[in-house]
Design a protein around this ligand. Sequence first.
Ligand code: FAD
Length: 459
Amino acid sequence: MEEIYKELVAIVGERYVSNQPEEKFIYSRDPGTMEPSEPDFAVMPASTEEVRELMLLANRKKIPVVPMGGGLVLSGLSRPLKGGIVVDMKRMNHVLEVNEKSRYAIVEAGTSQGMLQAYLKKHHPSLKHSVPDAPPIATVGGNVLIHGSGHLSHAAGFHSEMLNGIEAVLPTGEIVRVGSCSTSPYWFSRAPLPDLAGLFLGWAGTTGIATKLAIKLFPNRALNDVAIFVVEDAELAPDIIHRITGVGLAEDVTAWMAPKPDWAEGFIHVNINYSADSKDELAWKKNLLRSPLKKYMDAKTGGFMMLPPPMKKPFLEAPASQLTRFADVRKGGGFEYVGAIMPVELFPKAHQAGLDIAARCGTTYSTGARILGMGHCMMFFYAYPFNRADAADVKRAQTALEETNRAALDMGGIPWKAEAPAQKHIIKRMDKHTFELMNRIRGILDPNGIMNPGNWEAD
Ligand SMILES: Cc1cc2nc3c(=O)[nH]c(=O)nc-3n(C[C@H](O)[C@H](O)[C@H](O)COP(=O)(O)OP(=O)(O)OC[C@H]3O[C@@H](n4cnc5c(N)ncnc54)[C@H](O)[C@@H]3O)c2cc1C
């Protein structure tokens, strides 16, 4: 181990390697319920070349390598389950290029959401990226690679669908480029080439380390507004969502259900966020987005909430700070949610499952959904905050999460960024040849099994 420490120092410099207990403690956990698991080393490379040298060393010595961005995935995917080297990407945090005309940004993978947002605001105020509601320290790489979603996902789908190209270091040390950047100086698209981005998306860091990414940018319009449609009967939600998404003018459509504040209990709130360049355009969009819901207003089964400007403010923030505050509602900093990707018609079942699980597990509920890509599917989330210092509270959240993962699979959804135990449930239901193909691909890319081992493995 002393020998490896010296080699790591030779690659990234002494300041950026640690095998000290305090750092090992920090890198062994995330804010979710998964048990901590300590690395042998944490390193912070500053360049693709350093990442390559780290991979070559780890591959030679057959030591696990665990890529990490903000460490905020919540489901423990950057915990080093089998020890080894955590590669913390936060020093690779530069915005390398913004192409205004073709609307994309090339960033180093460790660039945080907050940094990119601030950079665009300062240097390219006419453009924005799709911001997830994660705390701003979450990285662009970590989020895109887990199929994250955010404030423009209604308009443009998962963040992985907004990916134009990747530079990645393979476990065997080769640096590859995927997308147009493999062939052209422009990172404009993944088409028309064979799409190899899938080798890195959704794999939980088990196929390589992304070092650069290009993501799509969108017009940042001057005026933003939100309308909230409220309905009591969950059975109506799929049609309401279908009608709103059919208009095609919203940027973000989200639903939320929670017993607090008191006025919210028992209702489904559908937030419709939209933007415009002028007041006339905003009014025009507002009318068009409201008109398909007239049927429900006439029947008095649903209606728009009165929203004075101060009440609108938190619903217009990106990221929504309410969520981060909710994450600490039980104090102690524990927070995890199951976000299950499923078709929109499962909304009533998913909602009922959340209420049932919360009642059975004696925990409060906070559920909701982000509608992805014009209603093509949704990420339905079940959030459970807990106090880390209270073992019984942690256990309660763990049980609720486990039950939620099973319920999501039973109804036909698939847990997103699943914890290692939930990955095993997914694998059990997955087509056998698909899982064999995953293993074959992994075997080719990572012959020594060094990349984030313990993830995407059957029992
Ligand atoms: C309050 C709260 C709200 C949230 N809201 C949202 C939301 O609205 N939308 C959303 O999408 N998510 C949300 N999340 C979930 C999560 O925080 C984000 O998805 C986050 O972007 C994950 O990024 P990260 O940099 O923290 O990734 P990490 O946790 O560091 O890593 C995630 C996974 O990616 C791998 N990885 C990281 N970097 C690399 C790399 N460079 N190369 C290869 N593999 C890599 C890791 O090994 C791990 O498997 C929320 C979380 C919280 C706490």
